[in-house]
Write a protein that binds this ligand. Structure first.
Ligand code: FES
Length: 105
């Protein structure tokens, strides 16, 4: 599992997703509730960037139709999305946020 630097920890504001591309994979990096999560940036319902949505209670909301996805599991909390979004392991090393997109968890 290869971890690559996604961004600096100090760049992340709480509950403000940051979109990055890692090996061609769009990823939304989110710092919330004292942890950092990485979730695929594309909603499983349509081609919408999740990083443009709001974060609350460890969920990220798709702004288009309102499905929220659990940042820990990628599972949607309700319709219209029915499929989970991939989430990725995160490691913090100093001020580096490292994400592995090579294996979905
Ligand atoms: S595009 Fe995300 S819920 Fe419809």
């Amino acid at each position: 599992m290869a971890f690559v630097k996604a961004c600096a920890l100090s760049e992340l504001e709480d509950d403000t997703p940051k979109r990055v591309e890692l090996g061609g994979v769009p990823v939304s990096v989110v710092r919330t509730e004292g942890e950092v999560f990485a979730i695929n940036d594309i909603c499983s319902h349509a081609n919408v960037s999740l990083s443009e949505g709001e974060v609350e209670d460890c969920m990220i909301e798709c702004w288009l139709h309102g499905s929220s996805f659990d940042l820990r599991t990628g599972k949607p909390s309700g319709l219209p999305a029915t499929r989970p979004v991939p989430v990725y392991p995160v490691k913090i090393e100093g001020d580096d946020v490292l994400v592995s997109v090579t294996q979905e968890s």
